[in-house]
Ligand binder design. Structure first.
Ligand code: ADP
Length: 620
């Protein structure tokens, strides 16, 4: 493409080309998905404008720079004309040197202005992006766990990283390419008229059809490429389905191999035709442009020679004019494609705003109640809850856990233990009734107060990619090294940590030390000890620890639980037996409540559980 337009006299070398190529490279289906996104969640220009409002002054400078570099560039054809019509025929060397120096100077100046403009617009783009990225991160952190469970895996990360990442490119280049193209077109037309109005009129008649034809061909090519891309994706999917371990297992056990091979052959065959068409369409596009780039100057040379249109034109004017009109083509094409670019930019904003507008389901109260001293009494006051409002998971749960006592939750899988325990940490809010801490509804406490009053230890421990010390300090940033060590000691993990190559400074994670499941759990316990909450929610579920590890973890948990109110999703008989109260859940209802002895004596559901599942777990 560039080779066709690389006459030495080409002016204002196609700004925004890079961007047009980038948008052409976007996945073909993305245009449709951009449109769908915008239909589903429209964006107002005012809101986008507000993001850029703090940068108004810099934006004005950017626009000025664009206009200035276009105007400076337009001096070029007049210098050319002067060289050809005056300096060369008169053999005026000093004039020639001045003109040539002027040509180089103009190019250098336009380039310098361009660099400065790129610096400013990139800076604006990056600053807007930084603001959005940080706001979105903070906003998403406030979303409930349910939101993350509901949202397709990778979607949140993709919006955070990819959408905001492409924004700087898309938005600033769309905006600057529009501004640049408009100024170049206007400036060039003015200069053309100034050089020779007859030729200018001819150009304006010849150019639009040429540009439009080129564009039609480009569109055709786009459609073919999109079809090819889709087919190619089919092919990849079939390779994945047919040649991965699980895919081949399925295909072998179902005897589907012949069908899969036939399907693959068909897709591959379809691809052949599409590849050929797509290659050809590309060639067509090049060919059209080649012809256009030859035909328009040809028409101008013809006009320059015909007595009707000649009108006393000099050769210098003609040469300068031909070069000038060449620089009109790309900006015109760019302006015709502006719709697609704008849609892409708006769709990006729409995707980001959609997340920004998510209501915060679990938030701080307007007027929080402060608990000066947390005793740790937890009360479930006729609590009802469902993930789906039409399908309640918990019904009328009415339980009191006096401060410093323990409650063990037992029941079949799916009976609602995890959900009930989660309510205490406000992972969800009840639909009816309320959960109270020392008589105060959890919704009346600030999230920070709640987090320092209630600690949660589950089987799944998330460790940050940081040192062991920082992982522990994450729980309480102001903890001293001595406090961190004391917590690790109490959680039975200190000896292991000091045995590591870098002790507490050992890096955790894929590039550092990998802790086993039991060790991770003890780190989690150490974290919770550092926070020193009055109320503990423990999840013993899906314990896959060996006997020794389990004993160590249990010892650490016992240490943690001492003197605190604990609500445990219990799987071990020992935990249940020692609990002050046991609540047996069945389909979201408390069906039995009492101590181990009382419930065994009653000979109901709990007694069955102990004889069955619980006993097995305990024996393990
Ligand atoms: P348990 O801990 O006793 O196994 P849960 O509290 O995990 O029980 O689950 C209780 C019920 O809620 C089950 O029917 C389960 O399918 C449903 N459930 C759990 N989590 C979700 C969720 N995030 N979205 C929708 N339903 C859920």
């Amino acid at each position: 493409m560039t080779d066709l337009n690389s006459t030495p006299l080409t002016l204002a070398p196609g700004r925004g080309d890079e961007f047009r190529e980038r948008s052409a490279r976007r996945a073909p289906d993305s245009r449709d998905s951009d449109r769908r996104q915008l239909e589903a969640t429209p964006v107002s220009l005012r809101r986008i404008g507000a993001l850029f409002a703090p940068h108004k002054a810099t934006l004005a400078v950017v626009v000025l720079l664009i206009v200035a570099s276009s105007v400076v560039g337009l001096a070029q054809p007049f210098l050319v004309r002067h060289v050809i019509d005056v300096a060369l025929p008169d053999r005026d060397v000093s004039l020639l040197v001045w003109c040539v120096a002027g040509m180089v100077g103009v190019a250098v100046l336009a380039a310098a202005l361009g660099i400065f403009q790129t610096l400013l617009s990139t800076r604006i783009g990056q600053q807007v992006m930084h603001r959005l990225r940080s706001d979105l991160f903070a906003h998403l952190q406030r979303q409930s766990v349910d939101f993350f469970t509901r949202t397709r895996g990778g979607e949140v990360q993709s919006r955070m990283v990819n959408d905001i990442g492409s924004m700087q490119g898309v938005v600033t280049s769309t905006a600057t390419s529009i501004a640049a193209n408009v100024t170049v077109v206007i400036g060039t037309v003015v200069a053309m008229l100034a050089l020779n109005w007859r030729l200018a009129l001819i150009s304006l008649v010849v150019l639009p059809p040429a540009v439009i034809t080129t564009r039609q061909v480009a569109r055709l090519r786009y459609a073919v490429t999109a079809a090819r891309q889709r087919k190619l994706a089919d092919l990849h999917a079939q390779v994945e389905e047919g040649l991965s371990v699980s895919g081949i297992l399925l295909s072998k056990t179902l005897g589907a191999a012949p069908t899969l091979s036939r399907r693959f052959e068909q897709t591959s065959h379809d691809l052949v035709g599409l590849e050929i068409r797509s290659q050809l369409a590309g060639r067509w596009r090049m060919a059209t442009m080649q012809v256009v780039f030859a035909a328009v100057p040809a028409a101008l040379y013809l006009a320059a020679g015909l007595p009707v249109t000649r009108g006393g034109m000099t050769i210098g004017t003609l040469v300068a004019f031909v070069a000038l009109q060449g620089s009109l083509f790309r900006p015109l094409m760019g302006l015709l494609n502006v719709g697609v670019d704008i849609t892409a930019s708006m769709a990006l904003f729409s995707r980001i705003f959609e997340f920004m507008d998510l209501p915060v389901e679990i938030d701080d109260p307007a007027v929080p109640v402060r608990l000066d001293h947390v005793r740790g009494e937890v009360r479930f006051d006729h609590v009802g809850f469902g993930y789906d409002k039409d399908r309640p998971v918990l019904h009328d749960i009415d339980l009191t856990v006096p401060a410093g006592t323990s409650l063990a939750l037992v029941g079949a899988t799916g009976s609602g233990k995890t959900t009930l325990a989660g309510l205490v940490a406000r992972l969800h809010d009840p639909d009816t009734g309320g959960v109270r801490l020392d008589g105060v509804d959890l919704r009346d406490l600030t999230l920070a107060d709640l987090a320092s009053a209630v600690g949660v230890v589950t089987q799944e421990t998330y460790l940050l990619h940081a040192s062991v010390r920082d992982n522990l300090r994450h729980a309480r940033p102001d903890a001293s090294d001595a406090e961190i060590e004391a917590a690790a000691r109490a959680a039975r993990i200190h000896d292991l940590i000091v045995g590591l190559p870098d002790g507490y400074d050992t890096l955790v994670g894929s590039r550092g030390h990998r802790f086993s499941g039991g060790e991770q759990q003890r780190l989690a316990i150490a974290r919770t000890l550092l926070r020193n909450p009055r109320v503990l929610v423990l999840d013993e579920a899906t314990s896959a620890l060996d006997n020794t590890t389990e004993r160590e973890v249990q010892a650490a948990l016992d240490e943690l639980a001492r003197g605190r109110t604990t609500i445990t999703i219990a799987h071990r008989l020992s935990t249940v037996r020692d609990a002050d109260q046991i609540a047996v859940l069945d389909h979201g209802r408390v069906v039995e409540l009492g101590s181990h002895e009382e419930l065994l004596l009653a000979g109901g559901r709990y007694a069955d559980l102990v004889r069955g599942g619980l006993a097995q777990t305990a024996a393990a």
